[in-house]
Design a binder for this molecule. Structure first.
Ligand code: HAM
Length: 432
């Protein structure tokens, strides 16, 4: 052990965080808290209850239904000291399903839950993609399919509106796995294995260069099948999509229900949305940023009917989404909807100019706090000009100076000052 310690002390230890992770300094933490506070407000408007789960889960939980990309390429896994093969959670849905499986029989339905966990995925860090992110998850279990889907879509739309966004800023791209399955089964007539491969191809179809996409299709499809798949991929509105396959999909019922609501103007049919995670069985959607500089998904979700099966429980339909803090912040910055968090919340800097006023400064600090105001108490005497410099550097709007028996309360923004012995109404007026 000693030897190891010696080696560490010889090497230069980096000050940077682990690749793809962020240090949240006070400004970044204020920004994140702002995002979280809006998420919590909307969740409670829709009566979703908060929950949380463990950071580590058995890898088997994800193997069952999360899909090979997550398991093979993205999961952080290791064998613990008790020989259990565990993973740092890469997503929350398997955890929430595991928790719901424990109590759903004894709980009235639907169950509406939300959480904001941090997740780890081994990805190549780039704009909108890190190795650690926080993800707002909202899920509803055991509700009627179409109305549950409608509620979840309205919730995410309202969240972004709550940040000041509108239909010029984002769209909700939506599809239905029932439609895609119908395409595979009755139009392309492919087996289960080919369907699985096609899901992955469709999922990547917008991101791949044309030749690469063609080559992937050629690998698994005949010329006629390929032509039909291309017809499907060219669909760009609900009417054509429903006519092309002519089935009674839940998506059709959903669209009929929302036609007269605010949600409708945000919805757009997109055949390439199938989602990378294997557990989805019904509608699948992604909220997409419409700004040309930030064309990416902010959020993804859908319906999953059979996730509880992995715990040998009877099926309980779920629908929900995950919305990441990294992509949300990029979205808000791109559309100039992110407030400035350079300044701390309005707080008062209390200073004293000679050591004999130390106890008076501490007393005034206490009194301001008792009246509900945040106070930074400067713990040693400083002269007046240093006090002003400090207030400016730290972006304070209010400063207290104590040079004699009274104190001076300064409103630095409105350039007003009040000399007093105690916190009076005039001061409270300036603070309100
Ligand atoms: P997902 O599409 O993998 O879905 O992730 C949802 C959102 O999380 C993405 O749209 C993105 O905003 C954010 N996100 C994902 N990976 C990263 C990353 N590496 N860096 C930054 N942000 C990221 C799920 O995870 C599903 N479990 C969501 C869900 C909940 N479905 C139903 N309920």
């Amino acid at each position: 052990m000693l030897f190891m310690g010696y080696l560490v002390s010889m090497t230069q230890i980096s000050k940077s965080p682990y690749k793809g992770c962020r240090d949240l300094f006070p400004k970044e933490k204020r920004e994140q808290d702002y995002l979280f506070s809006k998420m919590k407000e909307i969740a409670s408007l829709y009566a979703y209850e908060p929950y949380d789960g463990p950071m580590l889960e058995l890898v088997d939980l994800y193997k069952a239904k999360s899909g090979e990309e997550l398991i093979n390429d993205q999961i952080y896994s290791f064998t613990d000291r008790g020989n259990r093969f565990v993973a740092i959670r890469p997503e929350m849905t398997p955890t929430v399903a595991r928790m719901i499986a424990q109590i759903h029989r004894a709980t009235p339905k639907p169950m509406r839950w939300y959480s904001i966990p941090n997740l780890m995925r081994y990805e190549r860090p780039q704009k909108g993609r890190l190795r650690e992110h926080w993800q707002f998850n909202c899920d509803i279990f055991g509700g009627p399919e179409v109305l549950s889907e409608m509620e979840v879509l309205e919730l995410v739309k309202d969240l972004l509106k709550h940040f000041g966004a509108n239909e010029k800023h984002f769209s909700i791209l939506i599809n239905d796995r029932a439609i895609v399955n119908e395409l595979f089964l009755n139009v392309l007539k492919v087996d289960e294995q080919t369907s699985y491969k096609l899901y992955k191809i469709i999922d990547k179809s917008k991101k791949l260069p044309y030749e690469k996409l063609e080559a992937l299709m050629d690998d698994v499809l005949s010329a006629e099948q390929k032509s039909n798949l291309k017809k499907y991929l060219a669909l760009d509105n609900f009417k054509d999509a429903f006519e092309f396959l002519n089935i009674e999909s839940p998506l059709k019922q959903l669209v009929e229900k929302v036609e007269d609501t605010d949600l409708y103007k945000y919805l757009k049919y997109d055949p390439s949305i199938v989602r990378g995670l294997d557990y989805y069985t019904g509608i699948v959607f992604e909220v997409f940023d419409l700004h040309p500089d930030n064309r990416r998904a902010i959020c993804g979700g859908g319906s999953y009917a059979n996730l509880l099966e992995i715990f040998k429980e009877s099926p309980l339909p779920g629908v929900g989404f995950g919305l990441g803090d990294v992509t949300l912040k990029d979205f808000l910055i791109t559309h100039e909807l992110m407030p400035d968090f350079n300044q701390p919340d309005d707080a008062i800097l209390v200073t004293f100019q000679a050591s004999e006023f130390e106890s008076k400064a501490l007393k005034i600090s206490r009194e301001f706090r008792e009246s509900g105001f945040g106070v930074e108490s400067n713990l040693k005497p400083i002269n007046v000009s240093k006090a002003f410099q400090l207030a400016e550097k730290k972006n304070y709007s209010y400063l207290v100076l104590i040079e004699d028996e009274q104190f001076v309360f300064k409103d630095l923004v409105n350039k007003k000052e009040i000399r007093s012995n105690s916190i009076n109404d005039e001061i409270l007026d300036l603070l309100s």
